[in-house]
Design a protein around this ligand. Sequence first.
Ligand code: FES
Ligand code: FES
Length: 160
Amino acid sequence: MKTVLSLKLNGRDRDDVVPDNMLLVDYLREVAGLTGTKIGCDGGECGCCTVLVDGNARHSCLTLAATCGGSDVETVEALDSNGRLSDIQQGFHEKLGAQCGFCTPGMIMAAEGLLRENSSPTETDIKGALAANICRCTGYIKIIEAVQWAAEQRREGKAA
Ligand code: FES
Ligand code: FES
């Protein structure tokens, strides 16, 4: 069975016919061509596939695309502004929060969801927001520093 999926993707309305059992991550990568969202474990364990659905961080490998009808879906491709990195993207750059970078889009989207709700997160808040995201390279300290840097930029109105 197939469904007409109508949603807002990175600020643009679109309609696509998708199989009922198509995962959101496959829709994003294969139908919409947005390959910034990564597939790591493909089973809800690593967070590489994290996107925002109506502002909430969601594992797109555990979400059926067809359930996102009418939703506002955002991927990492939505964050830059005219080629300028977002504050969180810049934070990962400034604080060396990415090594291989495979987990980074998911980390950034989880952090984006956090900072929209809480512009002054504590270290514990950041750890909580990123608890479902695994990095095999950095040891997490640099990632937390990247989010703290971005939060400070956002509070000071320096957000990209
Ligand atoms: S690919 Fe979705 S949680 Fe790992
Ligand atoms: S930077 Fe390599 S998995 Fe996180």
